[in-house]
Design a protein around this ligand. Structure first.
Ligand SMILES: [Zn+2]
Length: 322
């Protein structure tokens, strides 16, 4: 096992000494670590690898590694993690708690339950701490304004506004701090990463809609891979409701949960084929997000296999009614 060491280190730093630490006014944690052998991949953060981001450097002490820790908030429990034999992160030290972060001016609001909220749904709260450490970097206010503006874009569309209406419990949106493109339904997003990507489904409003659909589905894992389409058990409605949205806005459509490829042309030209091949997934979606699927079923004049689901539901409803 390794352990975290305060900076500067005490004389007998080879023994574990701290169970908590504080972060200064620049908002970035600086800790040393004892016991991180070279040649391995290390990080300091929480159990959720993309929540807190760390860079590491050799220190002036031969057996200490210097960590630069971004996105750490008061109350978080940080530890040293290493990439294990299975290729995933394994915890390699005891936890150390963040006592305070003087650079996080939102912490007091979060503790008091008064984080800024979206004007489109008061359950959506913003916690912009860390946005300047994102890549691209932006100020916290700019980050918050861009997310609110994107929620406004969604709200002007019948699908987007339905998704926003269906968020019925509080969610907090945080900046995503890694340099590569990714977003999470927890929700972590860097709006600056999704402005010059022309692949289908990769514009900031599409990415945010996708993550919010996960929220209203409670991250349901009910979908199957069918006919060469990969949905990773959770990403059928996120992709295909967003496809109907994208089509309404004149955008290209995304195939599946793979890396933003185009929907094959035979399925684009013939949404009924998509319905026929994926109908178990369409029925599953009607269970996880009934309101959204009903609204989708009424959208006309665009690529929309949900309309075939709606027809089938009517037939089954009539049979049941008889
Ligand atoms: Zn997803």
């Amino acid at each position: 096992m390794a352990h975290l060491v305060p900076n500067p280190p005490p004389v007998d730093y080879q023994k574990p000494q701290i169970t908590s630490f504080s972060i200064g006014a620049d908002g970035v944690g600086k800790l040393l670590a004892w016991g991180c052998a070279p040649g391995k991949n290390w990080r300091v953060g929480t159990d959720f690898a993309d929540e807190v981001v760390s860079d590491w450097y050799t220190s002036t002490f031969p057996d200490l590694t210097y960590f630069y820790i971004k996105g750490a908030r008061k109350g978080m429990k940080l530890a040293i993690f290493v990439v294990g034999d299975s290729g995933s992160w394994v915890r390699y030290s005891e936890y150390v708690e963040v006592d305070s972060n003087l650079g996080d001016k939102w912490a007091a609001k979060a503790a008091a339950g008064i984080l800024n909220q979206s004007s489109y749904n008061s359950h959506i709260k913003f916690y912009p701490f860390g946005a300047p450490q994102g890549n691209p970097s932006m100020s916290e206010d700019e980050w918050m304004n861009k997310i609110e503006e994107t929620l406004g874009t969604l709200n002007r569309n019948v699908i987007g506004s339905c998704v926003l209406r269906n968020i019925r419990k509080d969610i907090v949106i945080h900046p995503f701090l890694r340099p590569y493109q990714q977003a999470y339904s927890s929700v972590l997003i860097n709006p600056g990463q999704w402005v010059t990507d022309f692949r289908p489904g990769a514009r900031v409003d599409e990415v945010l809609l996708h993550e919010l659909i996960h929220v209203i589905e409670n991250n349901a894992r009910v979908y199957e891979n069918r006919y060469g389409f990969t949905f990773d058990s959770s990403d059928f409605l996120t992709v295909n409701a967003t496809n109907v949205y994208s089509c309404m806005l004149g955008r290209g459509l995304r195939k599946d949960h793979g890396p933003f490829e185009y929907l094959p042309v035979e399925h684009f030209r013939n949404p009924k084929l998509h319905w026929e091949q994926q109908s178990p997934n369409y029925w599953a979606a009607s269970g996880t997000a009934p309101d959204l699927v009903r609204v989708l079923g009424e959208v006309e004049g665009f690529w929309n296999p949900f309309s075939y689901l709606a027809q089938s539901q009517k037939i089954w409803g009539t049979l049941a009614g008889d």
